[in-house]
Design a protein around this ligand. Structure first.
Ligand code: LIP
Length: 257
């Protein structure tokens, strides 16, 4: 089995592909506000090949794979080659390569790398979470009125979700310190882990958006569930709530109101 540091080296080696601005402008539209670029495809193929060389026995699932199902009885890599694709196209510098390892129904290892800020978030079950080698811990703020809350606008589902998303954003906004919108779920989860924000939530996220960030957040002392407080699943989309742990029940109550 690969060591975490070997996985980190594979993910960091994608920097040249991720920062290629010409490739970022070769874009295909998959659906409303849903894009794939040559960077997404280049990162996915690079990481897939490297992982198959060293862990041929572990399944590989990624955002741009045709077949996204895997046998949950066995281990699987779950890759978002570029989380924050729209940000990448706009050169917004909030995009990341997000790689998680699924084992026994949960994510046990995760790496989230933003080459634009040179921030490498990583964590392994039972071994802590880190940012560029420094240990990560969530904020322990218990008063929602003093919390910074990151939101996700589900831009692929505007027609179906915009009204209830923005109604919820307004309710939370009136009770917290302020809200933020980053545009890359994996980084939003890592920001809670780093104590930069106290919560993040978004409807209809895909498993590759949240796989790696979920273990990093838990290892930093945070909590991540669905909007009904259940464990995340990794074979279909989820509504995701991530918090510092102290305000999780309060956020669930607001979401379910
Ligand atoms: C994105 C997420 C973001 C969400 C977008 C999209 P992608 O992932 O990171 O939080 O709001 O709808 O799902 O598509 O850039 O990998």
């Amino acid at each position: 089995m690969m060591e975490l540091k070997e996985i980190i080296e594979i993910v960091k080696a994608t920097k040249g592909i991720v920062t290629d601005r010409q490739a970022a402008h070769k874009v295909t539209e998959k659906g409303l506000a849903d894009y794939v670029t040559q960077v997404d495809m280049g990162v996915q193929e690079f990481v897939r090949k490297k992982l198959m060389e060293v862990t041929p026995d572990i399944q590989f699932m990624a955002e741009e794979s045709k077949d996204k199902h895997f046998n949950e009885e066995k281990r699987a890599w779950i890759l978002d080659p570029i989380d924050g694709t729209t940000n990448l196209i706009h050169d917004y510098k909030q995009s990341a390569v997000s790689l998680g390892l699924f084992d026994g129904g949960e994510i046990v290892m995760g790496v989230v790398y933003n080459p634009f800020t040179e921030e490498l978030f990583y964590g392994e079950k039972g071994k802590g979470a880190y940012l560029n080698g420094a240990r990560l811990f969530v904020q322990k703020t218990e008063d929602l009125g003093h919390c910074l809350v990151s939101v996700g606008t589900s831009p692929y589902d505007k027609e179906a979700l915009a009204a209830k998303n923005f109604e919820l954003f307004q309710r939370i906004f009136m009770k917290c310190e302020d809200i933020r919108r980053g545009g890359a779920a994996s980084l939003d989860l890592c920001y809670v882990a780093a104590g930069r924000t106290d919560a993040y939530f978004e409807r209809n996220l895909k498993p590759w958006d949240y796989a790696a960030g979920s273990v990093i957040l838990k290892e930093a002392g945070g909590k991540v569930t669905t909007f009904t407080g259940e464990a995340l699943v990794f074979q279909k989309p989820c509504d995701v709530l991530a918090t510092n742990g102290c305000i999780h029940d309060r956020m669930l109550k607001e979401i379910q109101e």
